[in-house]
Design a protein around this ligand. Structure first.
Ligand code: ZN
Length: 467
């Protein structure tokens, strides 16, 4: 019997865990070429957070041989041990631990830290990883895929709240350039049962996540040109529809929409999905809200891709262009959203413009469209202004990440003047890239923007190489 043979037995244990709904990790403990204990993860069944496969086999083996020290034994486990198990392995004085798949988030044998490489701690145990790594990862991949599917099914079945409306799925059939499967979440505290839609493309375990936030009156459709660029770079893309927009549920009342509520939804969303390595992509309200997020959990955010938006600190008067937009929304509450896009984007097809009307089949769905323009903080005491000032201070003095800025110059609302003010408030933000042909909805020219941002953040091109 060699290492791979023993690892196969550990994999068999992992598959048993899979069958009973535990995170599928299996382990065997070997002495003198003989398996003296085998077990799998059982924290759920045993109501015991320490019931990891490694702990189980160590307990079994120590009981079997009547000694708390397991000198000369080798432990095989399908997943890189955590700090708890690494500690137990050292305490048991095992000679060797052989593990399979790496665990990038909690692994204590080199991924997050390497407990066995600490000479102050370890005099006994050697660690060897990546043995049958792909086979060991398979039950885990199956498990998490099943879990995601179960969550989706559950979320898809979420009952519609009485005070909300939901556009029918048929409204979104065959939209051009939007082939992606829906994902739903409804268990965020702030959603209180509302169903929120988001796109989740690319590998879930990617190191890099582009979090793309839309504004009013758009939805995740706005990012259809950028998503394929990020996904083909091997990255993950998350693009939520804010409540009231896109495929998300829409509160009936305008008053449901507040700055603070939407900000909390986004904060909870990022935390629930445990997004890290975030490249934050913002425009319009996506930035008014989104740029206030990194200060809350800076370690999650790596870079900013900023398009026509602002931090509404209430210190500067809102632009004439913005006030004109606000007045138009108040005067013509049933304005045609598709036509708004068509006006600034002659390159868009009629079907693409119509896709922006899909979320709003009638006036009952338009509460957010009515609520958002007056919600932009206009004075220093407006709701949201103080948190926006905090965000401006954070981005100006404490922001550690990279930034790129793209300005659609045809935008009368949040165009170059507003954006140059914002640039001053983002630490180390380079000279903006000007897009003379682009209007407010800069993402409609998103392919070239995505390519350039991806190149800037990840191919270590110096900022000076940007055109
Ligand atoms: Zn463990």
């Amino acid at each position: 019997m060699n290492d791979e043979d023993f690892m196969q037995q550990a994999i068999a244990q992992a598959n048993m865990a899979l069958a009973v709904g535990e995170v599928p990790v299996g382990a065997v403990l070997v002495r003198d070429g003989v398996v003296i204990a085998q077990a799998h993860n059982a924290p759920i069944a045993q109501h015991d957070p320490s019931a990891h496969a490694e702990m189980q086999v160590i307990r079994q083996a120590a009981a079997a041989i009547g000694n708390y020290r397991l000198d000369g034994c080798t432990l095989y486990v399908t997943l890189e041990p955590c700090t708890m198990c690494a500690g137990a392995i050292l305490n048991a004085r095992l000679s060797k631990v052989v593990w399979g798949a790496a665990e990038p988030k909690t692994g204590a044998c080199g991924s997050v830290m390497d407990v066995f490489a600490q000479p102050q701690l370890n005099h006994h145990t050697s660690s060897q990883g990546h043995v049958l790594a792909e086979e060991c990862a398979l039950p885990l991949q199956t498990f998490f895929k099943q879990q995601r599917h179960a969550q989706k099914t559950k979320a898809a079945a979420t009952r519609l709240r009485d005070d909300a409306v939901r556009a029918p799925d048929s409204a979104f059939n065959n939209l051009p350039g939007y082939p992606w499967q829906p994902n739903y979440i409804s268990d965020l505290p702030s959603l209180n049962g509302l169903r929120m839609h988001y796109l989740d493309e690319g590998p879930v375990d990617a190191d890099v996540t582009w979090l793309c936030l839309h504004g009013n009156p758009a939805w995740s459709y706005l990012y259809r040109q950028m998503i394929p660029v990020f996904v083909s770079a091997g990255h993950r893309v998350i693009a939520p529809d804010m409540p009231g927009f896109g495929k998300s549920d829409k509160p009936k009342k305008d008053s449901a929409h507040t700055f603070e509520w939407h900000r909390n939804v986004l904060l909870e969303f990022v935390e629930a999905l445990d997004l890290r390595g975030i490249q934050l992509v913002v425009q319009d309200w996506g930035g008014i809200l989104g740029l206030t997020l990194p200060m809350a959990q800076p370690w999650r955010y790596e870079s900013l891709l900023v398009m026509n938006t602002t931090l509404a600190t209430g210190e500067q008067p809102l632009s004439d262009g913005f006030n004109a937009w606000k007045k138009m929304c108040a005067d013509k509450p049933l304005f045609d959203v598709g036509k708004l896009f068509a006006r600034g984007n002659p390159q868009m097809s009629a079907d693409e413009c119509a896709a922006y009307n899909a979320p709003f089949p009638d006036a009952g769905h338009r509460a957010a469209l009515r609520a958002f323009p007056p919600m932009v903080p206009s004075g220093v005491d407006s709701p949201g202004a103080a948190v926006s000032r905090d965000a401006a201070r954070f981005l100006k003095h404490d922001w550690q990440g990279q930034s790129v800025m793209f300005i659609g110059q045809q935008d009368p609302v949040l165009g170059e003047t507003v954006m140059r003010e914002l640039q001053k408030n983002i630490r180390h933000c380079p000279e903006p890239v000007l897009l003379p042909q682009a209007g407010h909805f800069v993402q409609e020219h998103g392919r070239v923007i995505a390519l350039q941002a991806e190149r800037t953040f990840f191919n270590s091109n110096p900022a000076g190489a940007m055109p």
